[in-house]
Write a protein that binds this ligand. Sequence first.
Ligand code: SAH
Length: 445
Amino acid sequence: MNKNDEIILEITSTSTEGFGVGKHGGIAVFVPNTAEGDVALIKILKVKKTYCYGKLLELKTPSPSRTEPDCATFLQCGGCAYRHITYTKECQIKSQKVYDCIKRIGGIDLPPEPIISANNILGYRNKAQLPFAQNHNTGFYALHSHRIVETENCLLSPQVFNEIAATTSRWAKKYNISVYNEAANTGLLRHLYLRIAKATNEIMVVLVINGSDIPFKEELLCELKKFTALKSIGLNINKMQTNVILGNTCKTLYGQDYITDILCGVKIRISALSFYQVNRDMTELLYKKAAEYAEPKNKNILDLYCGAGTIGLSMADAAKSVTGVEIIPEAINDAKINAQENGLTNTTFICADATVAANDLNNQNYKADVVILDPPRKGCEEQLIKTVATGFAPKKVVYISCDPATLARDAKLFDSLGYKLVKYTPVDLFPRTHHIETVALFKKV
Ligand code: SAH
């Protein structure tokens, strides 16, 4: 196959990123904006050794899973991957993707339990990080790029986020505040970072800036205070030439430096720097499944990568004890206050690297009945898994993962250390995007 070739292709599967995939002469062709079941005229854009990228020219026979995309910037912005197919089909693809990883990377042929799908696929996000474009509008990055696609009305965000973004853009335009330029590391405004606690409707607004302060502060505060649900306005200082969005320092300009949500009946305080799952309603279902797997009653629970303590705290009432470990100091501070505020006195929170803390706890003879792992996308370090499996050697490990590929890799290591993957459930925390969360149960054999 050559660049600019035009071929008729039947789409038979879906890639990790949500592209349709078809085979042409044994070569896989990846085509955005196509769906399993489509037959389409494709133009080849890029030829690699073992695969190609193509562009959809004309649909010959549309897939029965297709629906009309409902967003003007669908596939321009890097957010949604599946606005062109039904949600039922999306869930089927996601479930299959997790299964494929477990089988192919993990070497374990065990189908998943039924996916827990979302009732609400619109406006579910409780957090948005919107880069400022040079014209002061906000948007989202295009896929694999830092090109900003201006977006006035993101369908995954609550409407109030769009309104706050518009208000902030107007202020930035009016006073001609400089916008950050990544290549030159100049300009002030980097991102608008928004959070809402869905159970209480409390809102936090943070301006991420390449500087120490903003001009025309009172003017901005005056505009933002019109949103009565706003409980916290602050600055985040990020002067580094990096694509990491948040810097380490926050300054409060108005109100508190946190908002409060309620999750699984527990009051959760969230600071700007604390991780908090972006879909509250689905997180409740995820934690419920995690508790079903963990059976926390009278157990000593070790919650590694605990963030603001949310998972452990949701089980603390039933558990004998909960020990949480997390690397971000602000999150651990939140976790400790969250435990206190909810009267959960059987909890300990440690600010440390999970691998180091696990090793220390093991050396101090700490006994865990259940270990919960909820690492970032890159998964767990080998050493941590070894400490868990051969040190603590709990009856059960409950692993929550936002990347099925690293979950599968880690499942393989657990398997080799005598921990069998017993069951796992995909939970759709991120409808319409290609992301999928999974909770898995390992048992000692
Ligand atoms: N369990 C929490 C957070 C999960 S996200 C929840 O459900 O909300 C993963 C967390 O791991 C983040 O809070 C991140 O700050 C933390 N983290 C990342 N690297 C870490 C490390 N090496 N050691 C400990 N925690 C880490």
